[in-house]
Ligand binder design. Structure first.
Ligand SMILES: NC(=O)c1ccc[n+]([C@@H]2O[C@H](COP(=O)([O-])OP(=O)(O)OC[C@H]3O[C@@H](n4cnc5c(N)ncnc54)[C@H](OP(=O)(O)O)[C@@H]3O)[C@@H](O)[C@H]2O)c1
Length: 346
């Protein structure tokens, strides 16, 4: 910890798109301090550090010209790994060997074998590890989980969730480069799968159809799943189209609608009108489901808060994003990739 001010010292490893977004939210998290940033290039680290200070008004973090220098910085307690997924294991290993805790971007790795190795390394070094699955830490998702578990929204029978973005990027961009783990499933499909897992429990069976690029990347994928008690889910992910980013859950008592389900901006429950029929929409009034606490920034700050809470409690994994959950999701994605014939270069 940062003794002087009792704040957790964070180090950001890589200066790409999500690193910039994450940093802005980190500045909003109580007791967090961005101590340092590391990049493969000095100018990039310096630019990132200066922009962070200008955007947030916080102190300028130290800019390191290598990832090795970042993890060696004594002001850094936790390293946030924000490189492409194919590189996460190498960079988490670097951090653990330097004695740092790790918050690692999603998906943790390309496959479950590599993720198991990351978990093994964390345990071997006695360090905290959490996948940066911000959806699982989001106050609106926590509220929805609580309300469903309490039974006051009825029993979930069907879940639908879709997440798609049009990727307009050059072929060497990590989103399209198979050697860096390009895949609609790994980049976007992980969200509907995680959302279903959080609300319905582990899947009993999952089936996928996909449309692949000439180079063998899954650009679009549709998944159907069966969960405990016979609940069914349909989930899509896309790198070619602008989807609604909505989720809906149909229960025997009504319907839950979630806008931007991977970081919900509005969640409502519309009860099946008492004494009505399926068509009596005029009497069906959507009721807002409020987050368990106010949402900070874009929603990333809550994963920062969760990491810090765990560290203070002496935990090496988070009950909100346990290792077993991350591994289960990666096992599911391994299976789905095999079904649609997507492999990554060795
Ligand atoms: N949680 C979320 O909402 C969210 C959103 C987007 C992405 N992500 C995840 O975050 C990770 C990074 O995604 P991103 O969109 O930020 O990627 P990006 O913009 O391409 O940035 C990746 C960064 O990784 C570093 N890097 C190191 N080796 C690299 C290599 N061989 N090729 C390319 N970059 C390399 C670079 O930083 P330096 O040049 O500074 O070394 C680069 O800027 C992915 O795992 C992705 O799934 C999460």
């Amino acid at each position: 910890m940062d003794d002087a001010r009792d704040r957790t010292g964070w180090g950001i490893l890589a200066t790409g798109r999500i690193a910039r977004t994450f940093a802005r939210d980190l500045a909003l998290a109580p007791d967090a301090r961005l101590a340092a940033v590391g990049s493969r290039r000095a100018e990039s680290a310096e630019r990132f550090a200066a922009a962070y200070a200008a955007d947030t008004g916080a102190a300028t973090p130290t800019a390191h010209a290598s990832y090795e220098a970042l993890v060696a910085d004594p002001a850094v307690d936790v390293v946030y790994v924000a490189t492409p997924h194919a590189l996460h294991l190498d960079h988490a290993r670097l951090a653990f060997e330097a004695g740092k805790h790790v918050l690692c971007e999603k998906p943790l790795t390309l496959d479950v074998a590599a993720a198991e190795e990351m978990v093994r390394l964390a345990r071997h070094h006695g360090r905290f590890l959490m996948e940066a699955m911000w959806t699982a830490c989001h106050p609106a998702v926590l509220a929805l989980r609580q309300r469903l578990a309490a039974g006051d929204l009825g029993t979930a029978r069907h879940l639908h969730a879709e997440l798609g973005f049009r990727v307009d990027a050059p072929p060497e961009d990590r989103l399209l480069d198979p050697s860096l783990g390009a895949s609609a499933l790994l980049d976007m499909g992980i969200y509907p799968l995680t959302f279903a897992h959080l609300l319905l429990g582990p899947a009993e069976r999952l089936q996928a159809s996909a449309d692949l690029s000439p180079g063998g990347i899954d650009l679009d994928i549709a998944i159907s799943g069966r969960y405990a008690g016979g609940a069914l889910a349909t989930m899509t992910a896309s790198m070619t189209s602008w989807s609604s980013r909505r989720a809906a859950i149909a229960t025997d008592l009504g319907r839950v609608d979630v806008e931007d389900f991977h970081h919900p901006t509005r969640t409502t429950f519309t009860p099946y009108a008492t004494g009505g029929t399926n068509d009596s929409v005029d009497r069906a009034v959507p009721l807002d489901i409020e987050p368990v606490e106010p949402v900070l920034g874009q929603g990333y700050a809550h994963e920062v808060v969760e990491v810090q809470r765990c560290l203070r409690a002496g935990l090496l994994e988070s009950p909100m994003v346990p290792h077993d959950q991350t591994l289960t999701l990666l096992r599911q994605m391994d299976d789905l990739r095999a079904q649609v014939g997507v492999t990554f270069p060795a």
